[in-house]
Design a protein around this ligand. Structure first.
Ligand code: UTP
Ligand code: MN
Length: 484
């Protein structure tokens, strides 16, 4: 029960708020003054507070920058920084005042735009405060080599906000079958990932490779406004969301997802209701969607390694199995678990995959049942019969629950093992860049099977990753530094 007195107070409060609101929407009292507050260094919340204050006093304060803006208000920026920002907006300084926030606050205090004095104008160089000097001395340009396979890139990323944004645009391009654009964004993200510290100023990026106009615009937007409008609108777009959900189903690629979207299918329920014919992989993918979406932990990867390792040992005692993919690069989670299997005797790996698959099909469920005493269906998916196999299996998650996990198995003859190991360790961009380097710089063709010298017209043998790097004239980069 709210006491009567309190309710009265609340009512009068509401009334006050009403009058207050009409004051907030006061018409522009100074039509020749159109203000814009630069968020950079001022911060979003202070900018919002000051903007609101101005509007209440009858000033026109623009949320978005436009050519009509007459006064740009900055805090702790130099004239040069403000001009660079204006240029990035496709506008110059011509006819505009670049003013310090002190002009703004004094105008608010006096209730009208005060006369612009010299002290209100932005300084050419960071003159006044230690803070500005420190900011400027932080601006050291970065430098990195042009190919990702020449760079050491651990999992440490000082520019995650920027690289997440670019990766999202890359993903959107890839899902829309615009691979060229996708690679451009991936390369730009990889350059930022390789930097030794966070980017704070666009001028630090001068001379860096792989940063195209589009990526630079996105970076600039984020450095100056905290977010990129393009990234935000992509993230929220119905098409992107639908593509993400549908291609998240094991066995569904971007072409299928695109066809479904054109038929009005945007989510799993609509897919289930649509009566679309799904192949075996897709049926399984849909059924275990939540499990497969959930990242695989290193502990789970090791548990699976145990199961697959026992399977391999049973069908071919001397065969060896190696964990590749992201886990070999030191990642603690992955979207799947990748294994490479080989046999020390060339030729003995032939027929290993079918044997392994039938062993798993017939025994894994029993084996897990015995261990976990839980009865559930195990299904295995034949993905590619030749030398690669993708399966979904169920493992113990200590919760005594079984869950579906994607496992990628590859068998390689020992003569190709080093190439397969290098090729399946990733990252995807690192691999792509290795092949680009080989082709463009060395006149060679690199794959997960071999290295071919195009000029000499012959294959180059290698029995270790180190040898392959040496043949390519590259410094050896260990797996944990291939996280491009
Ligand atoms: P993944 O897609 O498994 O990547 O491919 P990842 O780095 O392990 O990522 P997470 O941790 O699972 O999310 C691993 C390697 O296999 C190669 C890729 O180039 C990558 O280097 N690969 C993957 C192929 O060569 N062909 C394919 O069809 C898939
Ligand atoms: Mn993987």
């Amino acid at each position: 029960m709210v006491p009567l007195k309190r309710r009265k107070v609340a009512n009068s409060g509401t009334l006050n708020a009403g009058t207050h609101n009409s004051a907030a929407t006061q018409p522009n009292k100074f039509p020749q003054v159109i203000l814009f507050l630069l968020e950079r260094k001022m911060g979003a919340s202070r900018r919002a507070f000051l903007s609101q204050l101005g509007r209440r006093k009858g000033f026109q304060v623009e949320e978005l920058f436009s050519k009509n803006v007459t006064h740009v208000i900055c805090e702790s920026n130099t004239a040069q920084e403000a001009r660079m920002w204006l240029e990035a907006q496709g506008a110059g300084q011509a006819g505009r005042h670049l003013l310090d926030v002190s002009w703004y606050t004094e105008s608010m205090r006096d209730g009208h735009p005060v006369e612009i004095l010299d002290r209100h104008k932005l300084q050419q160089t960071p003159g006044g405060t230690v803070h500005l000097l420190m900011n400027d001395s932080e601006v050291t340009p970065f430098s990195v080599p042009g190919y990702a396979c020449q760079r050491r890139c651990t999992l440490e990323n000082h520019n995650a906000v920027l690289t997440d944004a670019l990766s999202l645009l890359a993903e959107n391009a890839e899902l829309s079958d615009e691979d060229g654009r996708g690679v451009a964004f991936r390369r730009a993200a990889a350059v930022l990932k390789a930097l030794p510290s966070a980017v704070t100023n666009m001028s630090q990026l001068t001379g860096l490779p792989c940063l195209g106009g589009h990526s630079l615009r996105v970076i600039k937007d984020i450095l100056e406004n905290g977010t990129s409008s393009e990234v935000e609108s992509t993230k929220e777009s119905e098409r992107f969301k639908a593509l993400k959900v549908l291609t998240g189903i094991f066995g569904v690629g971007s072409k299928t997802a695109d066809r479904w979207i054109r038929e009005g299918i945007h989510n799993l329920q609509q897919l289930r209701d649509s009566g679309q014919t799904l192949n075996r992989a897709q049926q399984a993918g849909l059924e275990h969607y939540d499990d497969i979406k959930q990242p695989v932990s290193l502990a789970e990867a090791e548990a699976i390694r145990g199961i697959v390792g026992r399977a391999v040992a049973s069908v071919s005692p001397e065969a060896q199995i190696v964990l590749t993919g992201g886990f070999r690069r030191g990642k603690l989670t992955g979207h799947d678990v990748d294994f490479l299997i080989t046999h020390p005797e060339e030729g003995s790996e032939v027929g290993l995959m079918p044997k392994l698959v039938s062993w798993l099909e017939s025994r894994v469920s029993c084996h897990l049942q015995n261990v976990l005493l839980i009865c559930d269906v195990i299904f295995l998916l034949m993905f590619a019969l030749f030398c690669r196999f993708s399966l979904c299996c169920f493992i113990d998650k200590q919760t005594r629950r079984w869950r579906a996990v994607r496992v990628d198995l590859v068998v390689s003859p020992i003569s190709q093992f080093a190439f397969a190991l290098l090729g399946w360790t990733g990252s995807k961009l690192f691999e792509r860049e290795l092949r680009r380097w080989a082709g463009h710089e060395k006149g060679m063709s690199l794959s997960s099977h071999a290295l071919y010298d195009n000029k000499q017209g012959r294959y180059i043998r290698a029995s270790s990753e180190e040898e392959i790097f040496a043949h390519l004239g590259l410094e050896f980069i260990p797996p944990n530094e291939r996280n491009a």
